[in-house]
Write a protein that binds this ligand. Structure first.
Ligand SMILES: C[S@@+](CC[C@H](N)C(=O)[O-])C[C@H]1O[C@@H](n2cnc3c(N)ncnc32)[C@H](O)[C@@H]1O
Length: 287
């Protein structure tokens, strides 16, 4: 949704943008190209992604500052790095690089250690959760973060597999257990049931749903009038939080909603990048 992001930010003073979830720098690249006098402050939890982004944005090196940081800590910097911020982009979740190449166990389609940490400095891995949490805690994670059907049965099977096999080491060890309880045939256009289970674990491990409301509210408080906030969300749990937060901030006259309904990617974008099919874009302007 690059085009839409550029359109929304084009109605600001275009001085400095914060890309809270830099990834490999795809969106930042487009912003720097579209607004030649602008600067970008790029944040990411993942050091490996930051190094690649630094190379990808090499031609703009004098206009970028990149740092390893959880974007939730951004509002603890009341002067926002001493820059006049025109807009903030938050595009969370994981990148295709992390899913396919980073060997962190995010994908159920290839055998990797069950890690799932975006920040390798963090302690708890998916391996720890799957091999040490009790049945009810596992079921709770699958229900709360993945809306997984048959979550309790899956949790029971994991505990049984632990007794039998001792440890569930890899993504495919876990997928084999998942395959025992869902029909083997996945209808065309539907995701494999493992996708929701892996998403739930990833959200839990990386605490992806924690603190989003307060972060967005604090950001609206810190930013100057006219600055714009763009949120991209990739699943209904996250989207519900952002929709509610933006509506409450609009009621309190802290922001105005740029669009009453979220934008979704065009069919052409989904055809090229199928992972974008669940994306929703919501945007607000600080009053
Ligand atoms: C969907 S990708 C972003 C892709 C990026 N917009 C691009 O165009 O290349 C999400 C990125 O956000 C990072 N991320 C997720 N949660 C984060 C957080 N709380 N703080 C900082 N970075 C985060 C992930 O490590 C990942 O690199």
């Amino acid at each position: 949704m690059n085009k839409e992001i550029i359109e929304i930010f084009s109605m600001t003073d275009k001085k400095c943008f914060i890309d809270c979830t830099l990834g490999l720098g795809g969106h930042s690249h487009e912003i720097l190209k579209a607004f030649p006098n602008s600067k970008i402050i790029g944040l990411d939890l993942d050091s490996e992604s930051l190094s690649i982004a630094e190379k990808n944005l090499g031609v703009f090196s004098s206009r970028i500052s990149l740092m390893k940081m959880n974007f939730l800590s951004l509002t603890e910097k009341p002067d926002l790095f001493g820059q006049e911020i025109s807009g903030v982009l938050i595009d969370p979740g994981i990148s295709m690089f992390q899913l396919q190449n980073a060997e962190r166990g995010f994908s159920h389609n290839k055998e990797e250690f069950l890690d799932m940490r975006k920040d390798k400095a963090q302690e708890t891995t998916a391996f720890d959760v799957i091999n040490t949490f009790n049945e009810s805690k596992l079921a709770e994670i699958f229900i709360n973060y993945g809306e997984v059907s048959k979550a309790r049965l899956l949790a029971k099977k994991i505990i049984e597999a632990r007794l039998f096999k001792k440890t569930i080491q890899t993504t495919l060890d876990l997928k084999n257990i998942i395959n025992q309880i869902y029909p083997p045939f996945v209808p065309k256009g539907k995701s494999h049931p493992a996708a929701k289970v892996f998403m739930a674990l990833r959200i839990y491990i990386n605490r992806e749903l924690e603190g989003l409301e307060i972060f967005t509210a604090n950001l609206a408080e810190l930013l100057k009038t006219g600055a714009r906030i763009i949120w991209l969300t990739y699943h209904s749990l996250e989207d519900r939080i952002i929709k509610k937060t933006f509506r409450e901030l609009a009621k309190e006259k802290m922001v105005s909603l740029i669009k009453p309904f979220p934008s979704v990617p065009a069919a052409a974008e989904i055809a090229v990048n199928s992972a974008s099919r669940s994306a929703k874009l919501r945007a607000a302007e600080v009053i």
